[in-house]
Design a binder for this molecule. Structure first.
Ligand SMILES: [Zn+2]
Length: 220
C-alpha cells in the first residue's frame, strides 16, 4: 500500500514538473511573439500592387500577367507585415481592379503613410535580361531602398542583382511618404517568371521585404 502511494506520488510529481515546464515555455513563446508582433505598432505602411483590371502590365512568355504577380506579392507581404510587426497595412488595391496612379498616391497621402512600397515586375524585349531592381525618387529614400533591396539578396537568389537606382515614377514623385518601387524580376525572362510565381520566392519576398521595412521603420 505504502509502495503504491510512493509510486503514485512520484508519478504526480513528474506530471506537475512537466506541466510547469510546458506552461513556462508557452509563456516565453507568447512573450516573444508579443514583442515581435508589435514592433511597428502605430506605423502605417501602404503596399501598392502595380497595375490591375484593364491594365494587365507586362505579360510573361507563359502568359502570366504582371498584375497577377504584383497582387499575390502584395497580399503575402500584407499578411507577413501584420503578423510580425503590428503595423497598419493599407493596400491600394486588394483585388483585380484598375486604380489610377494619382489615386494610389492619394491613398498614401491621406493615410499619412510612414512608408509606401510599390510592387512591379519588369519586362524587356530581350528575353535573357533578368534580375531585381529597387527604385527611389528622392535622395533621402535611397536608404530605405537599400535596406529592402539588400534583404532580398540576403539568401541565395538565382537572379542578377541590378541594384538600387533612381526612378522618376509618379507614385514615388508625388508621394509624401518615403517611397520605393520594387521590380521583382523580369516577367519576360522564363527563369524570372517561374521564380516570381513560385511559393518559395513569394515566401522569401514577403519575409525579406518585411525585414527591410522593420530595419528602416524601427529606427525612424
Ligand atoms: Zn509594372
Amino acid at each position: 500500500m505504502a509502495i503504491v502511494g510512493v509510486v503514485v506520488s512520484i508519478a504526480i510529481l513528474f506530471q506537475i514538473r512537466e506541466y510547469v515546464a510546458v506552461h513556462n515555455k508557452g509563456e516565453e513563446n507568447h512573450a516573444s511573439m508579443m514583442a515581435s508582433s508589435s514592433i511597428l505598432i502605430g506605423k502605417t505602411i501602404v503596399i501598392d500592387a502595380g497595375h490591375g483590371g484593364k491594365d494587365v502590365g507586362a505579360t510573361g512568355q507563359s502568359g502570366t500577367y504582371e498584375k497577377e504577380l504584383t497582387l499575390t506579392t502584395a497580399l503575402n507581404l500584407k499578411q507577413e507585415l501584420e503578423r510580425r510587426t503590428g503595423a497598419k497595412v493599407v493596400l491600394t488595391r486588394a483585388g483585380d481592379e484598375f486604380v489610377e496612379l494619382a489615386e494610389r498616391v492619394n491613398i498614401s497621402n491621406q493615410q499619412n503613410a510612414d512608408l509606401f512600397v510599390s510592387i512591379h515586375c519588369d519586362a524587356f524585349e530581350q528575353n535573357n535580361v533578368g534580375g531585381i531592381t529597387t527604385y527611389y525618387y528622392r535622395d533621402e529614400d535611397y536608404k530605405v531602398g537599400q535596406m529592402i533591396h539588400s534583404q532580398l539578396y540576403q539568401n541565395f537568389l538565382q537572379t542578377r542583382d541590378r541594384g538600387v537606382g533612381y526612378g522618376d515614377y509618379k507614385v514615388l514623385r508625388d508621394n509624401k511618404a518615403p517611397s520605393v518601387l520594387l521590380e521583382l524580376g523580369f516577367i519576360s525572362n522564363v527563369d524570372d517568371e517561374k521564380r516570381i510565381k513560385s511559393n518559395l520566392f513569394q515566401t522569401h519576398a514577403a519575409k525579406s521585404i518585411t525585414d527591410g521595412i522593420i530595419s528602416f521603420l524601427s529606427k525612424v
